[in-house]
Design a protein around this ligand. Structure first.
Ligand SMILES: C[S@@+](CC[C@H](N)C(=O)[O-])C[C@H]1O[C@@H](n2cnc3c(N)ncnc32)[C@H](O)[C@@H]1O
Length: 193
């Protein structure tokens, strides 16, 4: 029997009529912090259905969001196969049309140098890492994007305690840059640069 489970991400996001329990999107803690900011510019690595993206955009009408996601079918860190990603991409584009140029979706992987190089150092007030949750990818995302958050900005991500590879990569990177990891709501990690 295969260890891979298939999840229909479009049905999960938009198709089911069942009542879902209220939940806080992963970036909830940081949306609360961004409410007070005059003009925040935010990067989210890993958009998926866009629940954190919408929360961030709705928390402050002056917030501009950039988010990176390849929308390729893929096997997640836990063996879940996420499918129908092209269709999900189209649904996400529709979902965020009302936000105009406050929502900027960069379709690609976070390692793509053309994406990384679009942003000058210190461009972001908040970077929220919630893409591919492996030790190797978290290490690369931290190394590739840390310079892009401004001094006094927030460097953050999701799944700090539930995914061992995330925890290890974040702790190692924090030690490297002499930062102290703090924990926020929804199993997030962060520090102020
Ligand atoms: C957990 S979901 C993101 C959830 C979203 N941040 C939220 O809170 O609503 C992870 C997303 O990362 C994306 N992803 C996978 N590999 C990636 C990569 N190398 N770079 C950027 N995003 C990636 C997946 O397509 C998926 O949509």
């Amino acid at each position: 029997m295969s260890d891979i489970f298939t999840i229909d991400t479009v049905a999960q996001a938009f198709g089911q009529q069942v009542q879902q329990p209220a939940f806080k999107p992963a970036a909830w803690h940081f949306a609360e912090l961004m409410k007070q900011h005059p003009n925040p510019v935010v990067l989210e690595i890993g958009c998926d259905v866009g629940d954190s993206s919408q929360l961030l955009l709705d928390c402050n009408p002056n917030l501009t969001l950039y988010t990176i996601d390849p929308y390729d079918d893929y096997v997640d860190w836990n063996g879940n196969m996420l499918n129908n990603r092209q269709e999900l991409y189209q649904r996400v584009i529709e979902r965020f049309k009302p936000y105009g140029n406050r929502f900027n979706l960069l379709r690609g992987i976070s390692d793509d140098v053309d994406i990384i190089d679009q942003f000058e150092d210190g461009f972001f007030d908040l970077i929220f890492i919630d893409g591919l949750h492996t030790y190797e990818q978290l290490t690369k995302d931290c190394n590739n994007y840390y310079s892009k958050v401004k001094s006094g900005g927030i460097f953050a991500g999701h799944d700090y305690t539930v995914i061992e590879g995330v925890n290890r990569a974040v702790n190692e990177f924090a030690a490297k840059v002499d930062a102290t990891v703090m924990q926020g709501d929804c199993d997030t990690w962060f520090w102020i640069k």
